[in-house]
Design a binder for this molecule. Structure first.
Ligand code: CP
Ligand code: NVA
Length: 300
C-alpha cells in the first residue's frame, strides 16, 4: 500500500478524519487518567521546523513520548537544511531512519516536494498555505463542546491565510457554512474559493458575517514570514478585531477559537480571549490528543 501523507485536510476523507477525532477523545480521557497506551513503541518521528513553534513542537514531541515512541527536533538553523542541503536529499535520508516526518515550512510546494521524496508519512506542521493539524484540534474542540459541526455557521475574521484555507477545506469536508470577513486585498486563494464556493462566502462587514454564528475564529494579522508587513496590516485590519461588541452579533452560545499565539488588542481583545466564550486553552491542549490520533492513523 502506498504511504499516506497529511499535507492538507483533503489528504484524508471525512470518515478517516472523524475516526481520528473520535480516537483523540479516547486518548484525551486516557491522558487525564495517566493511563498511556504505548501503541507506537520504538517508532520515531522526525520534526523539521523552518519556522518558530511552541504548540506544534511540544504536542508532537510529548505525544510521541506518551505513545511509547520518540521525536527528534531539527531547528530552523540547526540542521543542514538551514545551510542549503536540498529538501529532496533530506527527505530521502530521513526516511531511511525514522517512521514519520513532520515539516513546518514556507511554500506549500516545498512540503509537496519533500513528501514526493519521502518513503514514510509526511505531516504538514504548517505551511504558508495550510495548517491542517490545527483543524484537527479545532474540530475536536468544537465537537466536544457542541456536538457535530455539520450545518453550523462558522465565521473566519481576518486574514485569508493558511488557517483560513484549512477552515475552507473543513467546511467542504464537514458540510458547514463558512463566512469569511477579510479586508479587500487579503482574500483567501481564488482557486480554493472556487473549489469550496458552495460552503464559503466572503462578507466584508464583520458584523454582518457574524450574525447568528456558532463559532468565531481569528488569527494574527501578520503570519510568520510577513513581519515586514506588520505596520501596514495593522491599519488595514483594524476594523476586523474580534471584541465584545462583535461577539454580540453571534449566537449567545457561540464559541471563540484562535490557533495562538494571539496578539491581544489586535485581532482579538483581551476580554474575548479570556472571556466565557473562548475555548482557546482547551483548543491548544487538543493539539496533543488529535495529533497522537493522527500519528497512530498514519503509522499503524
Ligand atoms: N498554533 C500553532 O501552530 O502554534 P505554534 O506556532 O506555537 O506551533
Ligand atoms: N497564520 C499563523 C498561524 C500560526 C500558528 C502563521 O502562519 O504564522
Amino acid at each position: 500500500m502506498s504511504v499516506r501523507h497529511f499535507l492538507t485536510l483533503n489528504s484524508l476523507n471525512q470518515d478517516e478524519l472523524l475516526s481520528i477525532i473520535n480516537r483523540a477523545s479516547v486518548l484525551k480521557k486516557q491522558f487525564k487518567q495517566k493511563n498511556f497506551e504505548t501503541t507506537l513503541s520504538n517508532r520515531v518521528l522526525g520534526m523539521i521546523f523552518e519556522k518558530s513553534s511552541t504548540r506544534t513542537r511540544v504536542s508532537f514531541e510529548a505525544g510521541m513520548a506518551q505513545l511509547g515512541g520518540h521525536a527528534i527536533y531539527l531547528s530552523p538553523t540547526g540542521s543542514q537544511i538551514g545551510r542549503g542541503e536540498p529538501i529532496e536529499d533530506t527527505a530521502r535520508v530521513l526516511s531511511k531512519m525514522v517512521d514519520c516526518i513532520m515539516l513546518r515550512t514556507f511554500e506549500h510546494e516545498r512540503l509537496e516536494l519533500f513528501a514526493s521524496y519521502s518513503d514514510v508519512p509526511v505531516i504538514n506542521g504548517l505551511s504558508d498555505s495550510f495548517h491542517p493539524c490545527q483543524l484537527l484540534a479545532d474540530l475536536l474542540t468544537y465537537t466536544e463542546n457542541r456536538g457535530s459541526i455539520q450545518g453550523k455557521k462558522v465565521v473566519w475574521i481576518g486574514d485569508g491565510n493558511n488557517m483560513c484555507h484549512s477552515y475552507m477545506n473543513a467546511a467542504k469536508i464537514f458540510d458547514f457554512k463558512l463566512n469569511i470577513a477579510c479586508p479587500e486585498g487579503f482574500d483567501p486563494d481564488a482557486g480554493l474559493l472556487d473549489e469550496t464556493k458552495d460552503f464559503v462566502s466572503i462578507i466584508r462587514e464583520p458584523e454582518k458575517a457574524v450574525e447568528n454564528a456558532d463559532l468565531i475564529v481569528t488569527d494574527v494579522w501578520a503570519s510568520m514570514g510577513q513581519e515586514d508587513e506588520q505596520a501596514q496590516r495593522l491599519e488595514k485590519f483594524a476594523p476586523y478585531q474580534v471584541n465584545t461588541e462583535l461577539m454580540k452579533y453571534a449566537n449567545g452560545d457561540a464559541l471563540f477559537m484562535h490557533c495562538l499565539p494571539a496578539h491581544r488588542g489586535e485581532e482579538v481583545s483581551a476580554a474575548v480571549l479570556e472571556g466565557p466564550q473562548s475555548v482557546v486553552w482547551e483548543e491548544a491542549g487538543n493539539r496533543l490528543h488529535s495529533q497522537k490520533a493522527l500519528l497512530e492513523f498514519l503509522l499503524r
